[in-house]
Design a protein around this ligand. Structure first.
Ligand SMILES: N[C@@H](CCSC[C@H]1O[C@@H](n2cnc3c(=O)[nH]cnc32)[C@H](O)[C@@H]1O)C(=O)O
Ligand SMILES: [Zn+2]
Length: 421
């Protein structure tokens, strides 16, 4: 008798859909079988599709608060606006903004996310209460000020001490230096040394825009990835967001160092940053995950949309329909995100964490040649019926069990007023 049994469903296993039953005990998948399984709670239904839940590998969850506040601007202009508004944010605002993000993510089949932001204690509380998984870091920027460097590092490290591995292992707390243009090489070197000492990962924005590449060249005489490599920053404990403007040699450096890259196609389009060389990276064996970025530059957490954009963009970038296939983006959205942060999830396999999304077929899933193509190219997101995270049901029949949605949207609407005055 398993605590949860999912019977006779079309399951995404090793890149294809096969009929199987899944048994869950504690926080892990304990059985994947062709036979029917017994469970205290069971899910059955001939049209059920089960996938490893998505992992949103780069976001700033509470930026839901600024969704729609700075529109049709490129990154540096957008950031100037955003940074002015972020100064008005309080700890409590961040809590409610994050809760809204989590509601949307759960409804889109996302079980876990990586967040780099401010007032991270509030983000951790929201993650704890809502039952999802997260890799969290306080976004640090020294901006060439030694005193600020010290303060930022202190906040970042206190956060790691307070929250790493909390809530039954659902939270992983890591280092989050913002970017090479807001952090000095000295600061980044210190962060890397500290991270190595305690064996912690690092998440950072790198090579997002052409402006960044030019800025780093004029300051340090080299490109962002080369700069990071020169200071000994890059290895398999580092996850970079974006990586839009990489040359061949930089891609080779990332491969050699085992760095993971998070692709954020919609945000990169919306801020007119560019289209990353995802095919080249995947072909060379780089672990590429998928992210929404903050929804002030997206403007929603819809991982089906994110997958579709990721695949379609690469097809025209390379003028090859097979540049990035449906299976590639499914893996980017699931297994690769977990792998980037060293979390044993993202696969329907015995021993893996039980983070699973159960979907039903919507009309646009018919006729059903192969659910993989329906998921990547036709889904709206409404197909996600139930979400299981760490072996617990957090959404059932599209009702998020852990969060009062109306309270959250009311609060956020009130908070918005201070940004418009
Ligand atoms: N503690 C830092 C703030 C860094 S937090 C992370 C920051 O990343 C910003 N951000 C959000 N999306 C992006 C992006 O796509 N590229 C670069 N920065 C972003 C976000 O607005 C937030 O201010 C300080 O003292 O300035
Ligand atoms: Zn970002």
């Amino acid at each position: 008798m398993h605590s949860i049994a999912i019977n006779d469903a079309l399951c995404y296993i090793n890149g294809e859909f096969t009929r199987a039953s899944i048994g869950i005990d504690g926080k892990r998948i304990s059985k994947v079988s062709k036979q029917e399984l017994k469970g205290k709670i069971t899910f059955t239904g001939k049209n059920m599709i089960v996938i490893p839940a998505f992992f949103n590998a780069h976001t700033h969850a509470a930026m839901t608060l600024l969704r729609g506040a700075a529109e049709d601007l490129e990154l540096s202009e957008w950031l100037r606006n955003v940074w002015r508004l972020e100064r008005k944010m309080t700890a409590s605002d961040i809590y409610w903004g994050t809760m809204l993000a989590i509601v949307e993510m759960i409804r889109s089949g996302i079980a876990g996310f990586s967040d780099l932001y401010i007032f991270m204690d509030e983000v951790a509380k929201a993650v704890g209460e809502s039952g999802v998984r997260a890799v969290l870091c306080y976004g640090m920027a020294d901006r060439g000020d030694e005193e600020k460097a010290r303060r930022e590092l202190e906040i970042g490290e206190k956060f790691i001490r307070d929250w790493n591995n909390s809530f039954d292992g659902r939270i992983t707390a890591i280092y989050g230096p913002h970017a090479p243009y807001t952090c000095t090489p000295d600061f980044l070197r210190t962060v890397k040394e500290r991270a190595d000492k305690i064996g912690t990962r690092i998440h950072i924005h790198v090579s997002e825009t052409q402006w960044e590449v030019e800025e780093i060249k004029s300051r340090y005489g080299t490109t962002p990835v080369r700069l990071l490599d020169r200071i000994g920053f890059l290895d398999s404990n580092v996850v970079i967001a974006h990586g839009v403007w990489l040359d061949d040699e930089e891609i080779e450096i990332l491969r050699r160092r085992g760095v993971s890259v998070v692709h954020n196609p919609v945000s990169n389009l919306k801020l007119s940053s560019g289209i990353a060389r995802v095919r080249d990276m995947l072909e060379r064996g780089i672990n590429v995950a998928l992210g929404s970025d903050g929804v002030a530059s997206n403007n929603s957490f819809n991982f089906f949309q994110e997958m579709k954009f990721a695949s379609l963009l690469q097809k025209v970038k390379y003028m090859r329909a097979d540049a990035v296939k449906a299976r590639d983006v499914m893996d980017m959205a699931t297994a690769n995100g977990y792998a980037a942060y060293g979390i044993e999830g993202g696969r329907i396999e015995e021993g893996y964490l039980a983070d699973l999304a159960i979907l039903s077929k919507s009309p646009q899933f018919y006729p059903s040649y192969n659910p993989l193509y329906s998921l990547v190219y036709s889904a709206s997101g409404e197909e996600v019926q139930h979400l299981i995270v760490n072996g617990e049901i957090v959404m059932e029949d599209r009702v998020v069990l852990t969060i009062d949605e109306e309270k959250v949207t009311d609060k956020v609407e009130k908070i918005k007023e201070k940004f418009t005055s």
